[in-house]
Design a protein around this ligand. Structure first.
Ligand SMILES: Nc1ncnc2c1ncn2[C@@H]1O[C@H](COP(=O)(O)OP(=O)(O)OP(=O)(O)O)[C@@H](O)[C@H]1O
Ligand SMILES: [Mg+2]
Length: 368
């Protein structure tokens, strides 16, 4: 059905674009020319949207090429500059030596536009948007499970916003075609489902991390054409062991999602520590107050209740300075640096490798 509508729509757009081009040739006034050019630009975006709809419904017409994300993001930014509202500040941060990926450049650009427009819609009162790209090595069963990709080298493109975030129902359904929370005429609910279709066809995966009232990070994982051995850390078996004295140390894992908490506890135990859990910052604060055998508090940043992970970290630092702190979050790096969270604590971005966890903990205990 979608393919059929897209096809008819494309015919209409062909007529619109053709007429606009004729007008553009005959019109001489600068002002009208600018208006026509804007209308043409929008109609061409419309044509691109329909081509995405057709990709979505027929799984064809993708023209994958080797892509350097620097170029694609730059091109998208050029388009975005004019369309993104002034009260949304956009920041980009791309690693210098990004691996190349193989994808359709037009689709990638429209995917970025889609994510950026979603971010903008989520921030009606303004806010910040972060577009980031990093090389990511998935050589760890935890990360592979979390992201739902096979082991290998990926480039991760994340678009984050400090907007309203999603409920857990919205987050779970966001990738479904026609799922939208926007009023009729404002959203079709196709944006993310098309992004998802495109990324899957490119061999990658999409993850969504979102917290109500805090913001959202949507990440696209693309398989790298060739990961660089220079950029890759040697898989080092020693990195999964923290220290010989780990077994005497007790770690308090603070995380509201029970499944994630169980997994985090298992990972900490795998590193050789003893471990207990708490489901909120408030519960953790009580535990910390009543016992003094806790060596490290490993806490999620955003949790329900009075105390966020950051509040908890500040409280612990002030009241029990001997207790070490490690924060973790699913938001992207730029988002995490965005003022709300001070740089005084180490923050591990989810999904993290077991070796990243080991490294962070070792550094915190000073036995690196
Ligand atoms: N950055 C975001 N912040 C908060 N909610 C989001 C964000 N991105 C997507 N969503 C939620 O997911 C839903 C589906 O997004 P999707 O892009 O597929 O459709 P849409 O934006 O509603 O419509 P369209 O993309 O056609 O304009 C949105 O309606 C919204 O509820
Ligand atoms: Mg959208």
């Amino acid at each position: 059905m979608t393919g059929g509508i897209a096809h008819d729509f494309n015919n209409l757009l062909t007529v619109i674009i053709g007429n606009l081009e004729l007008l553009e040739m005959t019109e001489t006034g600068d002002k009208s020319k600018a208006l026509i050019s804007d209308a043409l630009g929008a109609a061409e975006l419309g044509a691109d949207l329909t081509s995405r709809l057709m990709v979505f419904s027929r799984k064809s017409t993708l023209r994958p090429e080797a892509i350097d994300l620097h170029d694609t993001v730059e091109q998208s930014m050029a388009l975005l500059k004019r369309t993104i509202a002034a009260h949304c500040l956009v920041e980009t941060s791309l690693s210098d030596h990004l691996w190349q990926i193989k994808a359709d450049p037009m689709q990638l650009q429209t995917a970025i536009l889609n994510l950026a427009l979603n971010a903008q819609d989520a921030m009606p009162d303004g806010g910040r948007m972060f577009i980031e790209a990093r090389n990511v090595v998935v050589d760890d069963k935890y990360v592979a499970q979390d992201v739902d990709v096979s082991l290998g080298d990926y480039v991760r493109l994340s678009v984050s916003d400090t907007g309203q975030g999603m409920t857990s129902e919205s987050r779970q359904r966001a990738l479904e075609p026609f799922f939208t929370t926007k009023p009729i005429g404002k959203g079709t609910g196709l944006g993310l489902s098309m992004v998802y279709g495109f990324v899957r066809q490119s061999g990658g995966h999409v993850t969504i991390y979102s917290e109500l009232g805090q913001g959202t990070t949507v990440s696209l994982y693309f398989p790298a054409l060739a990961g660089g051995p220079a950029a890759r850390e040697a898989p080092d078996t020693a990195t999964t062991q923290v220290s010989l004295t780990a077994g005497e140390r007790l770690v308090l894992v603070v995380e509201d999602d029970p499944a994630v908490r169980r997994l985090s506890e298992a990972r900490i135990v795998e590193l050789g520590f003893k471990c207990i859990g708490a489901a909120s910052g408030d519960e953790a604060a009580e535990i910390i107050e009543t016992r003094d055998d806790i060596a490290l508090v490993f806490t999620d940043l955003v949790m329900p209740g009075k105390l966020s992970g950051y509040d908890l970290a500040k409280l612990v630092a002030a009241q029990k300075p001997q207790v070490k702190i490690l924060l973790t979050s699913g938001f992207s790096e730029g988002m995490l640096r965005d003022g709300r969270i001070g740089s005084e604590f180490v923050i591990l971005r989810k999904p993290y490798r077991q070796s990243d966890l080991a490294k962070a903990i070792r550094a915190i205990f000073g036995d690196a």
